[in-house]
Design a protein. Structure first.
Length: 253
């Protein structure tokens, strides 16, 4: 091949590459407004849900919220709607915070029910207690100091909340938003092996952050271990798994 022919081939390759890069740029430019619009809609939807919850629960003195540490408003809306409709007598939380305040208010509005929150961080426990006290909801809530302790479950070691101070009651609603996922693999898995026997028939479990691979995997582990669970996944901002206990179904089968 002559020098001129090689040069022509190189020039053609450069042109092809430039066209490909331009096409990618045009595609990104075309998709960017759509992504921005979708993100804006999601943001306004979350703000609307947050303000709606504040008004519905009468929490007008302010609510503690952190995007990184608090449950997203769409998840909060789900658990509030269930608490107001089902009127659970005993609610247990894994982790405390804004969920504790909202669920305690639900119990007050229902005229029944108590919330027991397992919290391993003393500073978070103190902050939650302060918010609960600010709204006069101490009679509906107990924030339990529950340090993470070593446990062996199904041959694996986990760090999970100490249960010494959790009352031995039938649990109607269980909200799982801790421990943090960075502590260990399948960090929230111990919740059901340790609490399933306390769950009432018809009791409901809400798992936040269910879109993460770890949470998807542990839901499958729970279902394999506890056939009485019915699972529903909702595509919230961070993903929500709802598991309902149907013991009578498995007994009949």
């Amino acid at each position: 091949m002559t020098f001129q022919a090689v040069l022509i081939v190189l020039l053609l390759l450069i042109v092809v590459l430039l066209v490909a890069l331009l096409r990618q740029g045009w595609q990104r430019d075309a998709e960017s407004p759509a992504r921005d619009e979708a993100g804006t809609r999601r943001l306004f939807g979350q703000i609307e849900a947050y303000l709606s919850l504040r008004d519905r629960l009468g929490l007008r003195q302010g609510m503690p919220y952190s995007h990184n540490w608090s449950a997203a408003p769409d998840f909060l809306k789900l658990i509030v709607e269930h608490a107001l409709a089902a009127k659970p007598a005993t609610i247990v939380e894994c982790s405390s915070g804004l969920t504790t305040l909202m669920l305690a208010r639900c119990c007050e509005m229902n005229g029944r029910g108590e919330v027991f929150s397992l919290e391993n961080g003393p500073e978070y426990a103190a902050a939650t207690r302060a918010e609960v006290a600010r709204y006069g909801l101490e009679g509906r809530t107990a924030v339990i100091d529950a340090p993470l302790t070593e446990r062996t479950i199904a041959g694996r070691e986990y760090r999970w909340y100490a249960l010494d101070d959790l009352p031995d009651r039938s649990i109607d609603m269980l909200v799982i938003d801790g421990p943090p996922g960075f502590i260990q693999r399948h960090s929230r898995y111990p919740a059901l092996p340790l609490l399933f026997d306390r769950l009432a028939d018809g009791g409901v479990v809400y798992l936040d952050d269910a879109a993460r691979p770890d949470e998807r995997a542990l839901v499958e582990m729970w279902q394999a271990q506890f056939p009485a669970l019915e699972h529903e996944y909702l595509n919230t901002e961070r993903g929500c798994s709802i598991l309902r206990v149907r013991r009578n179904r498995t007994q009949a089968a």
